[in-house]
Design a protein around this ligand. Structure first.
Ligand code: SF4
Length: 356
């Protein structure tokens, strides 16, 4: 059987893997064994599954595949951030970024996953948005980024039994709410207490303002964090920076966010990329405060990471501080995001891949 015609096992939960084993005439516990090898041990070869009899490994290999994406390239930044270039079965490529939560490189990591190959939203400041949108990623390809990254990390660290990746953020390439069904499926697999065991509160979805998706997400009864990439607090500027604003202007976006907060009871985060001379004046701070204050939200300021070929510039440190102080003075809960991986183009808004 051609590998592409085989059944993909990543993305199946324990019950589905038991059903798979059962359909092949095997006892259901074989499905539980598969579950452990895939989601706990990051194994993609049936032949490494040492507690399965040899003929069962062969039988599974004939019918199924475990497609952990291939890591084609890996770059490590001076702060320990790792950027992986990952290749899917159809040769499409995405970038995935592992960010250490401290300088101790044997510590814990946050993984930034991609949800699409390219992105159709074409935000003006973003490297991904300048390329061609190719397709959505399937849930197994999103979970595969987690398994592939963790496997690489374990290979390189001294104590591979530690919980290595403790947070996942859907902030890589693509707009996750345009691929919501697969994203939610992937979250349920990441969250499975018998497998990867990632707590929902350790998962963040970031959207550029797909208001319909925000309302759909509110119905899912998830305890994840929603981050909204705002970047401008008036429609004229936001139309320019984040073109989806023409479809969902600020009033529509804020109505959707308000409904989300009412339904889930969760505090949301607004992200604001700071572009020198573009969106960080005192007036911008006043507009932002007026827009966000009624919502009891956090604001995360992100000084811009420059992208080759784009004209936007990173602001000076004193301008970042002044903008932050204006927002704090208006009573908002503000933080400035530390840059990670800027020296390997792995920072926020810098991900871009040339497809073969
Ligand atoms: S910022 Fe996000 S939504 Fe906008 S173009 Fe980049 S990847 Fe797409």
């Amino acid at each position: 059987m051609n590998s592409i015609d085989k059944i993909e096992l990543i993305g199946m939960n324990i019950g589905e893997l038991e059903d798979f084993a059962s359909r092949l005439g095997q006892p259901r516990f074989r499905g539980r064994q598969l579950h452990r090898w895939i989601y706990v041990k990051d194994t993609s070869s049936f032949y490494e599954m040492s507690d399965l009899p040899r003929q069962v490994r062969q039988q599974f290999d004939d019918r199924a595949r475990i497609s952990i994406p291939r890591v084609l390239k890996q770059r490590v930044a001076s702060d320990g951030t790792r950027k992986f270039l990952m290749e899917m079965n159809d040769k499409k490529r995405v970038e995935t970024v592992l960010i250490p939560q401290s300088r101790d490189l044997n510590g814990r990591y946050t993984l930034c996953v991609s949800s699409q190959v390219g992105c159709p939203l074409r935000c003006a400041f973003c490297a991904t948005g300048q390329g061609v949108f190719q397709r959505n990623l399937a849930a197994h390809e999103i979970v595969g980024q987690f398994l592939g990254s963790r496997r690489e990390l374990k290979r390189r660290l001294k104590n591979p039994e530690e919980p290595l990746i403790t947070n996942v953020v859907y902030m890589g390439m693509g707009e996750p709410l345009l691929n919501l069904t697969e994203v939610i499926h992937s979250i349920r697999i990441l969250n499975d207490p018998r497998g990867i065991q990632l707590g929902q509160r350790h998962i963040t979805i970031s959207t550029c303002g797909e208001a319909t998706g925000i309302l759909r997400l509110a119905e899912e009864d998830l305890q994840i964090t929603l981050a909204i990439s705002l970047h401008a607090a008036d429609d004229q500027l936001r139309d320019e920076l984040v073109p989806i604003n023409k479809k969902y202007p600020l009033a529509a976006l804020m109505t959707a966010v308000k409904k989300y907060v009412e339904k889930t009871g969760r505090r949301v985060t607004f992200e604001y990329i700071m572009l020198d001379g573009v969106n960080i004046s005192r007036k911008d701070a006043e507009n932002l405060a007026k827009l966000v204050k009624p919502l009891l939200a956090n604001i995360n300021l992100i000084p811009y990471n420059e992208v080759d070929g784009l004209l936007y510039r990173k602001p000076e440190a004193q301008d970042v501080q002044a903008f932050c102080n204006w927002l704090k003075a208006a009573g908002l809960n503000v933080s400035v995001r530390e840059e990670h991986g800027g020296d390997i183009e792995a920072a926020c808004g810098q991900l871009a891949v040339k497809q073969s």
